[in-house]
Unconditional design. Sequence first.
Length: 204
Amino acid sequence: MAKAVVTSSNRSGQAEPLPVEFANTLSASRGALVEGLACPADLETWLRRHQGLFPDPGPLRGEAAVRVSDQQLCHARVLRDTVRRLIAARVDRKAPDPWDVAHVNRASSMCQSWPVLVWQDPRAPGAEFLCTTDAVTHALALIARSLVLLLAGEQGALLRSCRAPGCVLFFYRHHPRRAWCSSGCGNRARVARHQARRCVGDPP
Ligand SMILES: [Zn+2]
């Protein structure tokens, strides 16, 4: 079950599913797109803040810090944009670009992990997880897998794109009355509707 964390995409405190949180690293403000993964440190911070959303064992596996290279940041942004297009296709019930499907499937296959037995204390055998790649590639693979399962499962039907003016975020409709990514977007949409009605009602 996802842990509740405060994120940029949901100020109510309820986290979106992992792939939606990742998609929402691209947002908009005052009519311009805002890149939430502008530098490696942005992705390092995002991974640290969202590690509770990753399936166990998460990519950080208890490590306090993760280092992201410029090339890994580039891979993350390409995957993020792919995730956005695939979620949009699911929301709009449109056929996806086959390249996007192939890309997310490839990202999903980029890391394998397995448990190994660590038995030093005779009374307390333990397990550690090893994986075939670095923590960042592991994280991107887990995001891709989460997206595959989300899009292919029943929950995929509850994905939405926020229709508030200028908003580019996605959300998961946790409850039937949820219509916006945030209460702020709901307010802006109501104001825009009110102004539109006033314009229509105004005498020429
Ligand atoms: Zn919104």
